[in-house]
Design a protein around this ligand. Structure first.
Ligand code: NAD
Length: 281
């Protein structure tokens, strides 16, 4: 039976460490501040934004949510971002995705000052990761690495296979694993014979968005399997991995819920506190 990678317990430990760092900043008169811009009324985004606000509250961070109407123009969105770039109380700016379809996501993200880009989606931070320079790393990929390292899973020289090539999960997690000296294969919707790749993986990351997509026959015995997927099936949240069966084959497995998702907000808090620490030095 696989060892469970307990995101809930890991996130609790991380939050306790972060509280000390936040308190140290506050003692110096610098309360870290996070601003979240939410455009429109996407129900899932509302939940995420609420959870982010709650995490800020737990750590005693300044938290500001700017709610803009669905029909907000690109110009108004960018003006709002630039205002936050100049605001000295704000260390981190996050534009909640997805944006309504009439808005240009890439252009909006580029408006965020890179040092305040706590999601790590700005092209400068993505480029820093790509070229092995320090920068802000996207929260979900950073959380995945944190989980692997906390479980002391060996990475150097290992075969890592990532399913999914999005800019927010697949590509950055592949790059982080490469930086850890894994041999990385990045699979996607056009990959031929996916299982032939996944069966070689010592570390398998599933970021597809399809319920129970990774089945036991696709997993190498003893592999560390990280399930990033968040899918709703009959009102229940399930991952991309067929948990019941993969659990019998894998060496390590992150559950959904209670796995990677728990780490993501913790990493957002860490990125915000790091941004405040950089400014305070
Ligand atoms: P996305 O839709 O942008 O990307 C999905 C990827 O899966 C694509 O690159 C595509 O090529 C690949 N794919 C689709 N069908 C495939 C197939 N048949 N074979 C191989 N690859 C295939 O999704 P995303 O934003 O990267 O998110 C992926 C999943 O992770 C979603 O369920 C999302 O909700 C979840 N997610 C979770 C967190 C978290 O905090 N836990 C954060 C971000 C995303």
């Amino acid at each position: 039976m696989a060892v469970l990678l307990d995101g809930k317990a890991l996130a609790a430990g991380l939050m306790a460490d972060l509280k000390l760092r936040a308190d140290a900043l506050k003692a110096r008169g610098k309360t870290p501040g996070l601003a979240v811009i939410l455009v429109g009324d996407d129900p899932a985004s509302q939940v995420y934004v609420r959870n982010k606000g709650k995490a800020c509250e737990d750590l005693g961070l300044l938290s500001e949510t700017i709610r803009l109407p669905q029909e907000t123009s690109q110009q108004d969105l960018e003006t709002q971002i630039e205002q936050l770039n100049r605001d000295p109380r704000i260390d981190g700016i996050l534009v909640q995705l997805p944006l309504p379809r009439h808005l240009d996501e890439a252009v909006a993200l580029r408006r965020i000052a890179p040092e305040k880009d706590v999601d790590g989606f700005h092209i400068e931070n993505a480029g820093r990761l790509f070229t092995g320079q320090s920068g802000v790393v996207a929260c979900t990929p950073k959380g995945i690495l944190y989980m692997l390292k906390k479980a002391q899973i060996p990475l150097a020289g290992k075969e890592a296979v990532v399913i999914g090539r999005s800019n927010i999960v697949g590509k950055p997690v592949a790059m982080l694993l490469l930086n850890e000296n894994c041999t990385v294969t990045l699979c996607h919707s056009r990959t031929v014979d996916l299982a032939a790749h996944t069966r070689r993986a010592d570390i398998l990351v599933a970021a597809v968005g399809k319920p129970r997509f990774v089945t036991a026959d696709m997993v190498k015995p003893g592999a560390a399997v990280i399930d990033v997927g968040i899918n709703r099936v009959d009102g229940k949240v399930v991952g991309d991995v067929d948990f019941e069966n993969v659990e019998k084959v894998a060496g390590y497995l992150s559950p959904v819920p209670g796995g990677v998702g728990k780490m993501t907000i913790g990493m957002l808090m860490e990125n915000t506190i790091e941004a405040a620490e950089r400014k305070a030095h």
